[in-house]
Design a protein around this ligand. Structure first.
Ligand SMILES: [Zn+2]
Length: 164
């Protein structure tokens, strides 16, 4: 979560203000109308299918046993589809194609909106600099986690008749 203290437009202090029943940090100056809306950021996520299994990755910054989907932010003027395939290429070295959009999942704790895709990928795995480890899991062994991208995993499994 971003904690801003000063107005990026005029340098005055920011203070909490109520606007239409919600609280926002807004500029205290009477001649400035800056409001920090703190809108959720879109994040693309790839459930990567690789040789019939699902590829999970462990980010270097994560605790030892935590694995997840490939995720990333969009670049300027990039579509979500382009972004998710770029992330798969950067993080795994794989060429992917989109099978389908799994869905949209709000991740309130991170102030993000996850756009999750099922991506089929092939090639040789070459891990990117953000990753520590990858593992392949057969869909029948996949256990969705109860936050963020885990809800996309659960829905993807459900469509394949696997209830978790
Ligand atoms: Zn200001």
């Amino acid at each position: 979560m971003i904690k801003m203290k000063y107005c990026p437009q005029c340098g005055h202090r920011l203070a909490y203000t109520r606007i239409e029943d919600r609280e926002y940090l807004a500029c205290e100056s009477e001649t400035c109308n800056y409001v920090f809306w703190d809108n959720p950021l879109p994040v693309v996520a790839a459930l990567v299918e690789y040789e019939g299994n699902v590829l999970l990755a462990r980010n270097k910054a994560w605790p030892p046993k935590m694995y997840g989907l490939i995720t990333g932010f969009l670049e300027k003027k990039e579509s979500p589809e382009e972004a998710v395939l770029r992330e798969v290429k950067e993080e795994l070295g794989l060429n992917g194609k989109i099978v389908e959009l799994i869905g949209l999942y709000p991740f309130y704790e991170n102030n993000e909106l996850i756009i999750a895709y099922h991506v089929q990928a092939e090639g040789e795995i070459i891990m990117g600099r953000e990753l520590d480890e990858v593992k392949v899991v057969p869909p029948t062994k996949l256990k969705p986690w109860a936050f963020g991208t885990g809800f996309a995993v659960r829905e993807w499994l459900k469509k394949r008749g696997i209830e978790r």
